[in-house]
Design a protein around this ligand. Sequence first.
Ligand code: FE2
Ligand code: FE2
Length: 147
Amino acid sequence: MASTNLSQGQQDHTTLLNHLRYTDLAIDGQDFEELYRRFQTMSSFFTNDLERHFDLEERLLFPAALFKTDNLEVIRLVLSLQADHAVLQLQAAYLVRQAEKGWEDMDDGAVADFFLLLSSHVRKEASLLYPWLEERDEVIEHVVSRS
Ligand SMILES: [Fe+2]
Ligand SMILES: [Fe+2]
């Protein structure tokens, strides 16, 4: 059901945002050890759940939004969110591989870039896209019909 899909996505965002508050602060303070710790704490989400979360959005939520709008701002938003996914997946896979080799050789810039993009991405979805979807019954119906 649509509401289940949306609320599953929202639950993932809540989990992520709980961590991203701290990664935002760590980036501001250039605290890379804290960023590595957060990456490690969240690594099971990155290896197991990120793909599922992106798949839910790419297969159901983004197409539903695109199908039901001719608002250029919404179309631009969805396309930019979709492009973020491709970058985030590459970054996460690279960092998971690096982490397996050990933290000594980790690339501070790569970890910071990943969390910066993830944070702005999730915040855009949570503040713009999901509320937009929730407000539109016809979009929700379309999602239901494809679930
Ligand atoms: Fe997303
Ligand atoms: Fe998301």
